[in-house]
Write a protein that binds this ligand. Sequence first.
Ligand code: TIU
Length: 236
Amino acid sequence: MTTMTDIPTQSKRFVKAQSYPWPFDGDLRPENTALLVIDMQHDFCSAGGFIDRLGLPTGSTHACIEPIKRVLEAMRAGGYHIIHTREGHRRDAADLPATKAWRAKRGGAPIGSTPGPRGMALTRGEPGWQIVPELAPLAHEPVIDKPGKGAFYATDLDAILRLHGIDNLVFTGVTTDVCVHTTLREANDRGYECLLLEDCCAAINPKSHDMAVWQVKTGAIFGAATHSADLLEAIA
Ligand code: TIU
């Protein structure tokens, strides 16, 4: 990481955000900044997937595909790092905690058995586990397969970020209050500078989304939050 004094004032760049202009040190460059697209899989965003089989709505998670696509295209064009994540379990279920298996089965969307319209829920290789085609990763973009909510737990995400000198993380994806928040909190504790794009993430319950965004916007505890338009303006 650079220190504040390393960056000449004239080359500092900030995104308008709450509760402070982001990143804290103004060191916003394609080389040290990654877009994280979290769990934009059919299981969370589409009919017949995990969330739908639990009897929960997917309207809000589906609706953030388009805003994420705009940011993805702009950051690809700008040469920023792009990293995708997928939540899912090994087909042999060796990485599936009994607690999670029990809860999913109880909710009506068993993991690793009893296929639904998009195959077995949250199971690697199944149709529901695939990333939605609008946001399909390019061949050179790392995809982090994660068994948990947080993208740092039991993955090589931290190693990849450090190998590439990435300090700043822009958060998009689903769901705001579960996997996005868990990953943002994990990243914050590891010293990464986090920006949440509030129109590029969604929760099952809009009130829970609002509170999760509020937590990031208020008090500068985990980082900052903004709308994608402000990020796009800053990197244009
Ligand atoms: N990706 C993610 O957020 N996993 C979840 O289980 N989310 C729920 O909202 N349940």
